[in-house]
Design a protein around this ligand. Structure first.
Ligand code: ZN
Ligand code: MN
Length: 417
């Protein structure tokens, strides 16, 4: 029997706008004293009216354009009704049938939609009680929903890293998973083929994953679990049914949270306090002009202009500001050499001579960190050991550093620490 995983990803990204989605409270909430950034709107008090954050809407469209999605001319907000203690209004303002973005693609994975909504408050579980912090309530949240085009855990990882990088390139989110600014819920089941017979295992959604590593681990675990379960029981997917499983970080397993959940009835209806949004072609084109050079465009250009390897590009795309700054700064050094220097944490050596003094200090520091035994020998009285270290620094700088200066810096650092 042949098994093929079918994986879709739902990703939530917190936008780093100055204020929240529907009120003037600050959106940055990480590490803030609980319940210090709230108002009647984000606390859901009676009579409070939401006012949409224009920037958040523009940024979502910007992301949609970068993902090559379609921007419908009309969009609207809807109420998604459900009860949970972190949702003071009893509904979340989200988008249902008219999201800001339809379609698009990323890393070869088709996208279904991108919509804008508000984040919920945060539950803090203490020993005897659960506390609620509403600082996060109402923070702008973008939801990116993929089609189930992914069939390997590693592909999910690539997709997520590309999405994170794109969000950062666009300066719309910091997308730190550990800070909850990027949250991922994969859905997964398996296609089982036996000769001409095809079966699908029950659909599972995985929650509580807070790092890239755990996404891969949870998916790998779930692929194995579903396979074994199917071989044992033969139970297949039922339309509309989805089981929710949580990721247990300590035990490194997924565990059942809610079984056989019917397609939830959230009684979506149009948000009556916010009129529908309309966009003209000019509106959208104006947002398009704010797009920076995107990661894939940089990749192609660097490949062509600088002849960098895929490996180098992959590393430097996450440090492109530094790389491009150095290219401007060291006009006489080839971008390929600059790339190598940055990746190998070596100083950039200018051939134009002393214009750019080799920064000896960090290099000396690094060489010292690599040679604790030599340091011991030096301190034990074998002062000639310093010549060995001078040699190491000279080698690391391709002989470009001034030996006298290196020796001086070594002496300084050796006596200082
Ligand atoms: Zn507020
Ligand atoms: Mn959502």
């Amino acid at each position: 029997m042949k098994f093929t995983p079918i994986i879709g990803l739902e990703v939530h990204l917190e936008l780093k706008t100055a204020s929240k989605m529907f009120c003037g409270c600050p959106a940055a909430h990480f590490g803030k004293l609980p319940n210090t950034q709230t108002c009647p709107v984000c606390l859901g008090l009676p009579g409070a009216l939401p006012v949409p954050n224009q920037k958040a809407i523009e940024w979502t469209i910007k992301l949609g354009l970068a993902l090559r999605g379609k921007i419908p001319r009309i969009s609207k907000f809807d109420r998604k009704n459900y009860f949970y203690p972190d949702l003071p209004k009893g509904y979340q303002i989200s988008q249902y049938d008219r999201p800001l973005v339809l379609g698009g693609q990323l890393a070869g994975v088709r996208l279904r939609r991108v919509h804008l909504e508000e984040d919920t408050g945060k539950l803090i579980h203490e020993k005897d009680a659960t506390l609620i912090d509403f600082n996060r309530s109402g923070v702008p949240l973008v939801e990116v929903v993929s089609e189930p085009d992914i069939n390997r855990a590693e592909k999910a990882d690539e997709y997520l890293k590309k999405l994170q990088r794109l969000g950062r390139f666009l300066s719309i989110t910091d997308a730190e998973m550990e800070k909850g600014q990027m949250r991922c819920e994969p859905t997964i089941n398996l296609k089982a083929e036996e000769g001409k017979k095809v079966y699908y295992t029950p659909l599972v959604e995985i929650k509580n994953i807070n790092s890239f590593r755990f996404v891969q681990k949870a998916l790998a675990y779930e692929i194995k679990r579903q396979q074994e379960e199917f071989v044992k029981t033969g139970v297949i997917k039922q339309a509309g049914n989805k089981t929710t499983r949580g990721w247990d970080e300590k035990k490194q397993i997924t565990f059942l949270q809610r079984a056989k959940e019917e397609a939830a009835d959230y009684r979506y209806f149009p948000e009556p306090d916010i009129p529908p949004m309309r966009f003209t072609t000019e509106d959208i084109e104006k947002i398009r002009t704010t797009l920076p050079e995107l990661p894939e465009q940089k990749r192609e250009r660097w490949l062509k202009e600088h002849n960098l390897s895929e490996y180098q590009i992959e590393i430097l795309l996450d440090r492109y500001e530094e790389f491009e700054q150095k290219i401007k700064e060291f006009k006489d050094v080839s971008p390929k050499d600059i790339a190598n220097a940055i990746i190998n944490k070596r100083p950039i050596i200018s051939s134009v001579g002393a214009h750019h003094d080799v920064p000896v200090e960090p290099m000396v520091k690094e060489i010292l960190a690599q040679n604790p035994i030599v340091i011991e020998q030096y301190r034990a009285g074998k002062t000639t050991a310093i010549e060995f270290l001078v040699g190491r620094v000279m080698k690391a700088t391709n002989g470009q550093a001034e030996a006298k200066k290196v020796r001086g810096e070594l002496q300084k650092q050796l006596t200082a620490s």
